[in-house]
Design a protein around this ligand. Structure first.
Ligand code: K1U
Ligand code: ZN
Length: 184
């Protein structure tokens, strides 16, 4: 298993639409293992493949207390939402240190494949529902900051760019992934 570098907003690779997975092979298993190690190391509750520079429709989530077994969603699609909306504070491993409330449907139904290519469906609410919607957005190149006002988003963008420039050139593994950053 390996720790993967997490791309930091506003890296343009975070805005790409991810491609569907068609091969359920050893390479995919390796990616899932590496993503799990990376998510747990970063103390996240979810991670999408585009956040580690892989433009494929793969997400993992673990909202459990035990934090041992990630739930895997490959080629996920939201198939139902309920009318009720909830406002929930969101964070993102690609936007470190920023937490903002985002309004989303309270409950979602999701269809996805597991690591063996078998289809399943779940209905989620609460943190699981918020996290699923947040991670599926990553597959569409959409970030939670895209739901904020342009003023807030631009402030966050400037802060991330400034912190990216401050980061030392060597040292911790993750620092190297702050470049390349380009204007959107
Ligand atoms: O996509 C990601 O970067 C993961 C992100 C998922 C997420 C968190 C909160 C709301 C929606 C989606 C994170 O895990 S950020 C880490 C974090 O903020 C957190 C960790 C544990 C509990 C709650 C939040
Ligand atoms: Zn995120």
């Amino acid at each position: 298993m390996a720790l993967l570098p997490i791309l930091i907003y506003p890296d343009v690779r975070l805005n790409k639409v991810a491609k569907p997975v068609s091969l359920f092979d050893a390479q995919l298993m390796r990616l899932l293992d590496d993503m799990a190690e990376t998510m747990y190391d970063a103390r996240g509750i979810g991670l999408a493949a585009p956040q580690v520079g892989i433009a494929r429709r793969v997400i993992i989530i673990d909202v459990s207390e035990e934090r041992q077994t990630p739930q895997i969603f490959i080629n996920p699609a939201i198939i139902t939402t309920d009318g009720e909306k909830i406002l929930h504070e969101e964070g993102c491993l690609s936007v470190p240190g920023i937490y903002e409330p985002v309004e989303r449907p309270a409950q979602v139904g999701v269809r996805a494949q597991n690591e063996f290519g078998e289809w399943f469906e779940i209905t989620a609410e609460g943190l699981m529902s918020v996290c699923l919607q947040h991670e599926i957005d990553h597959l569409e190149g959409k970030m939670f900051v895209d739901y904020l006002s342009p003023l807030k988003r631009n402030r966050i963008k400037s802060k991330m760019r400034k912190e990216g420039r401050k980061a030392p050139p060597s040292g911790k593994k993750r620092m190297g992934v702050r470049s390349p950053m380009r204007q959107r």
